[in-house]
Design a protein around this ligand. Sequence first.
Ligand SMILES: *Cc1c(COP(=O)(O)O)cnc(C)c1O
Length: 364
Amino acid sequence: MAYQYNQYMKHNYGAGPCILPQEVFKQAAQAVLDFNGTGLSILEISHRTSEFEAVVDETVRLIKELMGVPEGYSVVLLQGGASLQFSMVPQNLLGSDKTAAYLDSGVWASKAIKEAKLFGNVNVVASSKEANYTYIPKDFEVPADSAYLHVTSNNTIYGTEIHAFPKSSVPLVCDMSSDILSRQINVADFGLIYAGAQKNIGPAGLTIAIVKDDLLGKVDRKIPSMLDYKVQIDGGSMYNTPPVFAIYVAMLNLRWVKSKGGVAELEKENIAKARALYEEIDRNPLFKGTCKVEDRSRMNVCFVMENPELEKPFLKFVEDRDIVGLKGHRSVGGFRASIYNALPITSVHVLIDAMRDFADQQKG
Ligand SMILES: *Cc1c(COP(=O)(O)O)cnc(C)c1O
């Protein structure tokens, strides 16, 4: 065995909620007992205290810094997950007589389409549904009068990722839930970015949105306050009680991202992790990838076995090596290795070793 693994911790390949850095878990646990020497738990302090306002400020500041958010954009902390953004986006940006363009690249994209239809017209510009979403559609036209183009940067379930964002004259809206902070992007190319926190930002319960301010206030429908980006932005992400603990842990994780050298450094590591794993999938005769090679995700690596009967025994085999969360989504089957920022490359090598040892065992 080339790599020693910690007997107390699992190699967590879960798709979300997912692994966060161990030091974040420790700091979060400490704050449950005593937050910043206040003598109070982070679970009991008021969100209106100056101590917690500083947490919100730092969280927003770190997102801006780490992602290079330019002037003219607001970062806002929300709840309801990415799934609520599926309806918040059209409610705020799609006039009832207008049409929005959507790229259908997976289950999450199609859920976003379903919600948008409640508020206006939807033009599905391309879909890879006929191929069980194993690739990213690339040749499509976006009518210039579309309110926006909505894409999903990383299709968590299928393991595909947009490596070059489509260029069009209309605002680009992106569900970045599962690859935000994993690679450098140019925020100025987007009108609105949103992400549920539980994949690369922090624990479940927090959602972030990065909104180009001048897109707001253009639809004439009445929007419930909680679902109005403008109200949430003006309220400083505290229109109502925010998810205090989730924001605190997200802040700790953002500090960790910064301490690692920021998104550019993590991107290098993510490329190395994904490359090592895909190389083994392509090399090892027992396994094969499920997606078009050029569209492969660096966050969710989906693969199956040439002989499906070996899949259960392989899952058992890796469980004995403290690898958890590897089972694929029911709509793809096989395996999905989610290799988010916090999963160390040493864990990837534990999985690769297991794939090799399992193959040897089959021969023997
Ligand atoms: C997980 C995920 C969602 C759903 O997020 P919730 O926070 O559970 O609503 C949406 N889109 C993508 C790309 C995801 O990975």
